[in-house]
Design a protein around this ligand. Structure first.
Ligand SMILES: NC(=O)c1ccc[n+]([C@@H]2O[C@H](COP(=O)([O-])OP(=O)(O)OC[C@H]3O[C@@H](n4cnc5c(N)ncnc54)[C@H](OP(=O)(O)O)[C@@H]3O)[C@@H](O)[C@H]2O)c1
Length: 275
């Protein structure tokens, strides 16, 4: 079987688990967000597609529509709270409900903290942290009403701070605390809140990260054996929503790292120097 292919892909079209559900996926014009949009859409959800670049968003929209997925375009910068409120209002005006929110959009700054200008650190940290907090705050009353799901996309950097990724790691770790607080606060509301610690994933060719000089740079590809496909990650996210899982560490490598971090963090500190 070709890698990434579903054993029972024939039954997928029949499986409309999310039929009638409205899902907002932030940063869904490319990469993991786009794969989640395709996965939830193929399982019957109507997808509110978000990103800042309208041309990229339009291209992804055409791709989804060709696959028979119903969509609504909600462009905008999710690091701005008023924009998040407008996005949610547009969805409610159009459909009257919001059932699923996946906070996926974020940017990364790469470089040692000592050399990273503080404004670049803050931009990346804001994107990682408030890029989830703002959409959650804007969508919470509607997701609570629908007893729906919120999934925050974190990373292995949310389990252990990675070198050259201090702002990224801080933002992802802050999401752990945020999700835990919400899970306890909302335990009787019928809402589901989950956090996904995604492992190394094959990057979209369009993916760029900020370097120390504030330039957008291509990301070097990691060895294929270390990476999951975006489609595999997307299936894991759909599973979290279906089974209302609160926490999931992705990939065999991620699960092994999680164990090393928990029991022998000094070993992980040595390994992580190679990242
Ligand atoms: N790739 C990996 O190996 C990996 C591993 C673990 C976790 N993750 C996490 O998974 C998520 C997606 O990663 P990815 O690799 O798929 O990223 P990506 O290829 O860079 O895609 C990011 C998406 O978010 C959008 N975006 C970025 N900032 C935004 C903003 N302020 N407002 C609205 N949209 C915004 C981008 O579109 P525009 O630029 O047009 O706005 C794009 O659609 C991130 O949270 C990342 O930290 C990735």
């Amino acid at each position: 079987m070709a890698p990434g292919k579903r054993k029972n892909s024939g039954t997928k079209k029949m499986n409309k688990t999310f039929k009638g559900k409205i899902a907002l996926i932030t940063g869904s014009s490319q990469g993991i967000g786009k794969a989640i949009a395709l996965e939830l859409g193929s399982l019957g959800a109507t997808i509110a597609l978000n990103g800042r670049n309208p041309a990229k968003l339009q291209k992804t929209n055409e791709e989804l529509q060709k696959s028979g997925i119903a969509t609504l375009l909600v462009p905008g910068d999710i690091t701005k709270f008023d924009v998040c409120e407008q996005i949610v209002s547009k969805i409610i005006l159009e459909f009257g409900q919001l059932d699923i929110l996946v906070t996926n959009a974020s940017i990364t700054a790469a470089g040692n903290f000592a050399e990273l200008p503080i404004e670049i650190f803050k931009t990346a940290m804001d994107s990682q942290f408030y890029g989830s907090v703002f959409p959650v705050k804007a969508a919470l009353p509607d997701i609570r009403r629908s007893k729906g799901s919120i999934i925050m996309i974190s990373s292995l950097a949310g389990l252990f701070g990675l070198p050259k990724h201090s702002a990224y790691s801080c933002g992802k770790m802050a999401l752990t605390a945020f999700s835990q607080s919400l899970q306890t606060e909302e335990r009787n509301s019928g809402m589901h809140i989950g956090i996904a610690y995604v492992g190394f994933t094959r990057n979209d060719s369009e993916k760029r990260v900020l370097n120390q000089a504030g330039e957008w740079c291509e990301v070097p590809q990691r060895p294929p054996a270390l990476q999951q496909s975006p489609a595999t990650v997307a299936r894991g996210i759909a599973g979290m929503i279906m089974h209302r899982k609160q926490r999931k560490v992705f990939s065999a490598i991620g699960k092994t790292q999680n164990l090393i971090i928990r029991f022998t963090p000094w070993i992980f500190r040595i390994i992580s120097k190679r990242f």
